[in-house]
Design a protein around this ligand. Structure first.
Ligand code: NAD
Ligand code: AHE
Ligand code: ZN
Length: 374
């Protein structure tokens, strides 16, 4: 009674480019419409590394990164009705209020209810729940899952089946849902379609799963790290190619392999030059390229407008087009039913104290996903 905050361990990003530091932080108890969540596990996504690098225009420091988590509701603030203490939840960096123009449009999953404050590292009331010695520490992507406890708006939580292991389904908080959703929701790949997937990390491999589920014919995986090829094939890639093995451009290689280009391509790297290649290897007249990768501040894409005039389509996707509160519980059920596997993605597990190893493994190309157990 009278308590206004709790103290816990969190990995703090003090500044761009520096390793995370494990700290005792104070977490204010949830206010109206907010929820305190005990994070059980969190995957480490390339976007966490991207923001830590300093390339993210929205990156603010000091902050608590992490956006691919699973946890248990510890306490609810005033007026919270959709989750209760003890519920298992997946934090959503794409909220779902069901009331804003975006939610009501039926055309997008990009709810904007809390997006502005979220992008500034703050809760919807414009303040942070994290601090140390009275000095605020910023939230990240509305999630901050690299903390034993975090606070989120109620509309940023998907309540999921309690029997699902949180140290596995945390990956549905970003990577796996994004890749699968990009193929199934955004592109809507049809049986027999040919697909090229650039970048075979957590996102690209999930896109392969999506392509396989959609019944795609040819599934061409592209990466410069050939150690990714074995799992790509296991998950359903029919071809795996390394651009470094060819004198021709990879665009021409894929066009030759597919009698004029693929029906769909997916950029899962964040490299603007590869984004161009991914567009230009699409079939004239109808090929569609979906950008998933996140590129750094100041970077821009380019192509000849003729590429679009002649029927290729360029589009992008966030969180695989998935509306988190409505659709993520069902995706967890699909996982429990055995429709897809998450185990191959979890190449490493570690404690919060070892979290910097997860970033090293990612940069060395040795991991698909590291899952941090909190
Ligand atoms: P990752 O580091 O696990 O995988 C990236 C892969 O790309 C690696 O296998 C790497 O070898 C490969 N690669 C790098 N340069 C390449 C090149 N020139 N040609 C071919 N392959 C190359 O990263 P990830 O976690 O899978 O994330 C991939 C991208 O997706 C990142 O940019 C991330 O920020 C972004 N992302 C976007 C969303 C979204 O909602 N749009 C969600 C999650 C991640
Ligand atoms: N903050 C960056 C953009 C980062 C970005 O594109 N994020 C993706 C999710 S990446 C998950 O790993 C996303 O959902 N974007 C939509 C949104 O609303 O942020 C920048 O360039 O400012
Ligand atoms: Zn992510």
């Amino acid at each position: 009674p009278g308590q206004t905050s709790i103290r816990c361990k969190a990995a703090v990003a003090w500044k761009a480019g520096a390793p995370l530091s494990i700290e005792d932080v104070d977490v204010e108890l949830p206010k109206k419409g907010e929820v305190l969540v005990r994070i059980v596990a969190s995957g480490v996504c390339h976007t966490d590394a991207f923001t830590l690098s300093g390339d993210d225009p929205e990156g603010v420091f000091p902050s608590i990164l992490g956006h691919e988590g699973g946890g248990i509701v510890e306490m609810v603030g005033e007026g919270v009705t959709s989750v209760a203490v003890g519920d298992h939840v997946i934090p959503l960096y794409t909220a779902e209020c069901r009331e804003c123009k975006f939610c009501q449009s039926g055309k997008t999953n990009l709810c904007q209810a809390v997006r502005e404050t979220q992008g500034k590292g703050l809760m919807p009331d414009g303040t942070s729940r994290f601090s140390q010695n009275g000095k605020p520490i910023y939230h990240y992507m509305g999630c901050s899952t690299f903390s034993e406890y975090t606070v989120l708006p109620e509309i940023s939580l998907a309540k999921v089946n309690k029997t699902a292991p949180l140290e596995e389904v945390c990956l549905l908080g970003c990577g796996v849902t994004t890749g699968m959703g990009a193929v199934l929701n955004t592109a809507k790949v049809q049986p027999g379609d040919s697909v090229a997937i650039f970048g075979l990390g957590g996102i690209g491999l999930s896109a392969i799963i999506g392509a396989k589920m959609a019944g795609a014919g040819r599934i061409i995986g592209v990466d410069i790290n050939t150690s990714k090829f074995e799992l790509a094939k296991q998950l359903g890639a029919t071809d795996t190619i390394n651009p470094k093995d060819f004198e021709q451009s990879i665009t021409d290689v894929i066009i030759d392999m597919t009698d004029g280009g693929v029906d769909f391509s997916f950029e899962c790297i964040g490299n603007v030059d590869v984004m161009r290649q991914a567009l230009e290897c699409c079939h004239k007249g109808w090929g569609e390229s979906v950008i998933i990768g996140v590129a750094g501040a100041g970077q821009e894409i380019s192509t000849r407008p003729f590429q679009l005039v002649t029927g290729r389509v360029w589009r992008g996707t966030a969180f695989g087009g998935v509306k988190g509160r409505t659709e993520l519980p069902g995706i967890v059920e699909q996982y429990l039913a055995g429709d897809f596997d998450l185990h191959p993605f979890i190449t490493h597990t570690m404690s919060l104290g070892q979290i910097n190893d997860a970033f090293d493994l990612m940069h060395e190309g040795k991991s698909i996903r590291s899952v941090v157990h909190l």
